[in-house]
Design a protein around this ligand. Sequence first.
Ligand code: NAD
Length: 500
Amino acid sequence: MAKQQKRLEPPTSPKEFGFFVDGNSVPAGSREIFERYSPAHELPVSRIPKCTKADVDSAVSSARQAFEDRRWSGLSGHDRSAVLLKTADLIRQNQDEIALWETLENGKPISQARAEVGGCVGMFEYASGLARILHGDSFNNLGDNIFGLVTREPVGVVGLITPWNFPFLILCERVPYILASGCTLVVKPSEMTSVTTLLLAKILCEAGLPDGVINVVTGSGRTVGQAMTEHLDIDMLSFTGSTEVGRSCVEAAGRSNFKKLGLELGGKNPQIVFADADLEDATDGVAFGAAFNTGQCCVSGSRLIVEKSVAAEFTEMVKAKFTKVSVGDPLDENTQVGAITTAAQTQTILAYITKGQEEGARLICGGTQLDLGKGQYIAPTLFSDVTSDMAIARDEIFGPVLTVQSFETVEEAIAIANDTVYGLAASVWSKNIDKALTVMRRVKAGRFWINTTLSGGPELPLGGFKQSGWGREAGMMGVEEYTQVKSTHLELGKRNLWIT
Ligand code: NAD
């Protein structure tokens, strides 16, 4: 039973926000404004400046100054850790406000948003420890006259571009790790969901982060995002979003300064179910993996690959779950699936549903937009009789649409799972450890779940194989990504002269 909470309401008028440079909130002034509507309530909730290229320059220059004068990178790991821990505490104190903004701008259920913000507290706590653990290496085996040192240095000014599906969670899977490494930052949230990024910048400064270490520019991808990808004074860009824009980041880095890139891109993730699985658990997990966050997750388990002997029964079980899940107002504590975040995404999902039917897949349930008076909602949708060549089995739909394919052998299951350009995540459901581990070893994916799905935390690194991206976020690797390695040879004693 959900905890009894006061019924939340959307605001009666939108709130104005400035962008954030050098420790200050900068009002929109004469800049154009982006007004964000709640996708569930069809009301304007926030007004954000559309920053210009000149604003990107001033944010980068603030981050550059803060990096070069070593006001952050020059601190001890202990001092950086203290700021990150204090931030964790402030996020905890502001959990309800942050969660409310996530729901208003993104459309996700408030109970889910609150849990995500709770998870972000853990990210800061964990990364605070890493600020102290980060270290290099030494070589004492090079002979008596040579000593080798490997040191890690922060990479410099990092640009961080984030999407709208988990605005705060994705931000917090990166920011504390980037800060633990000693880098400074310019962040660009999605124009759809900017508020919680602005709140985090304010909280960090309150926690003692020196001015200029984090800067936030708001606005469109085409103007602000692109200016960051091409910027000569950004040393590394961490981009999370579509594979298409990821490709343009690679091209822009090549055209500009070969900035280091971290890319977290799309996925078309398999969930493989064997007949020997606990089918009740597997059904629940498969339904959750596909419909959670309205399927707008890079790691959504959007392809069900189920053993033929149980395929018909299992499909019926998933259908029963899908028809039972509560879709509705995300401010309602009991809602499990909220609104689709943007009107464009709603149209994309509906177009794929139509295409699936045209291609000959059989619609088992869902497939329609739900009329709840206002807002954009799509019922969890299940397609059977799907083949690997259909668009619904190949493309990332980013909606609550699950396709069903079946297999007879382990090899066939692995082949279907790997038949995609993506390699972000995968799940396997089986009580047979041999099968589960064989599948885990052979399916090409950066994140793997056995008898569970979509679980995570600050310890394990995240990232993709194949066209799902480059590099890893979170875990120890999440800090190391934002460092460069310097090798030093140190000669002891008298040099063996070259010219005598
Ligand atoms: P998107 O690629 O359209 O936008 C992501 C961000 O990039 C936004 O801030 C956007 O404003 C900005 N942007 C857009 N055009 C740009 C350009 N030309 N140059 C620079 N920046 C630009 O993605 P989205 O629609 O916000 O999010 C959905 C996509 O993100 C899906 O493909 C999903 O799989 C992916 N995603 C991946 C992960 C992951 O960890 N792998 C996580 C979440 C989302």
